[in-house]
Design a protein around this ligand. Structure first.
Ligand SMILES: NS(=O)(=O)c1ccc(C(=O)NCC(F)(F)F)cc1
Ligand SMILES: [Zn+2]
Length: 262
């Protein structure tokens, strides 16, 4: 899968600072100013095709929890939308706050959501490994979906039930059937798209962001289980709750956000 341990653990778990990337002017996340987004009629609908059987594991990497997929074949693909090539899903993960008042990375007209889901894909038309693609401008495509607190999300519950088994950093549990599309909102044709970066180190500017306009709803109790995870490993004396694992919004630096809808 796409997150070899040594590489991911580069993300210092307590990293929160607005670590500036020297000369980085395509950084993420950003605030999406709805009125300033430019409608682009050339933007096509997104086409995703995921195989739930290729789900491999769910693990706590000390920054978030990741659900990883077998990305050695073209079983989980994303194309269309703003994308010229075909991209492979390697993992999805979330960012959330210590309270329901904040937690998302992107904002919409400065509005914060309690959490945000990221489905991470890499360009398998041009590269053979995720690690290669992560360094290239057109290497990655990440779908961002906002979470709001409301009714219980039946699809999410299977993930939530697995979280107590991975409370500590570096804990892994086998997870062998999950359909990522079960976390999509009903409308995936309305989205904003812009060029940006990973929101954690190495912050490489290799991401075509596709942020859904429609959020999904999860229950307060489901989000509370996210907050029961720990940044720290089992050996560490002081246990730290895994909350507020989001990066602050970054300057737009002249970029245009396009919308697929008017
Ligand atoms: N939050 S985000 O922007 O979707 C995001 C997605 C993926 C990674 C990631 O794989 N980092 C490990 C790498 F690439 F090897 F350094 C980091 C952040
Ligand atoms: Zn993320």
């Amino acid at each position: 899968a796409c997150s070899s341990k040594y590489v991911l653990s580069q993300m210092h778990p307590m990293w929160h600072g607005p670590l500036e990337v020297p000369g980085g002017d395509h950084q993420s996340p950003i605030d999406i100013a709805v009125k300033k987004a430019v409608f682009d009629s050339e933007l096509k609908p997104l086409e995703s095709s995921y195989d739930p059987q290729t789900c491999q594991q769910i693990w706590n990497n000390g920054y978030s929890f990741l659900v990883e997929y077998d990305d050695t074949t073209d079983k989980n693909t994303l194309k269309g939308g703003p994308l010229q090539d075909k991209y492979r899903l390697c993992q999805f993960h979330f960012h959330w706050g210590e309270s329901n008042d904040w937690g998302s990375e992107h904002t919409v007209d400065r509005r914060l959501f309690p959490a945000e889901l990221h489905l991470v894909h890499w360009n398998s038309d041009r590269y053979t490994l995720f690690e290669e693609a992560v360094m290239e401008e057109n290497g990655l495509a990440v779908i961002g979906i906002f979470l709001k607190v409301g009714k219980r999300h039946e699809g999410l519950q299977k993930l939530v039930d697995a979280l107590p088994a991975i409370r500590h950093k570096d804990s892994v549990v086998e997870f062998n059937r999950f359909d990522p599309a079960s976390l999509f909102p009903s409308n995936i044709d309305d989205y904003w798209t812009y060029h940006g970066s990973l929101t954690t180190p190495p912050l490489t500017e290799s991401v075509t962001w596709i942020v859904m306009k429609q959020h999904i709803e999860v229950s307060h109790d489901q989000l509370a289980v996210f907050r029961s995870l720990l940044f720290t490993s089992a050996e560490e004396e002081v246990q730290k709750s895994m909350v507020n694992n989001f990066r602050v919004q970054q300057p737009l630096r002249g970029r245009t956000v396009r919308s697929s809808f008017t």
